[in-house]
Design a protein around this ligand. Structure first.
Ligand SMILES: [Zn+2]
Length: 51
């Protein structure tokens, strides 16, 4: 199964709580949350939540 990660936005001005990213097999192995931006504030401030 492709990886699913939970991420949160660390922009203090952003009110989004957290989100889930569902990776696909087509994405390179080295893909991380740093390759995405927050869908709400569009800042590159995502941090992976390690449960
Ligand atoms: Zn944000």
């Amino acid at each position: 199964m492709p990886k699913t990660v939970e991420a949160k936005c660390t922009n203090t001005e952003c009110t989004l709580d957290m989100m889930e990213l569902h990776y696909t097999y087509e994405m390179p192995d080295e893909t991380t949350v740093n390759d995405f931006v927050c869908p709400y504030c569009e800042s590159a401030t995502l941090e992976e939540l390690v449960v």
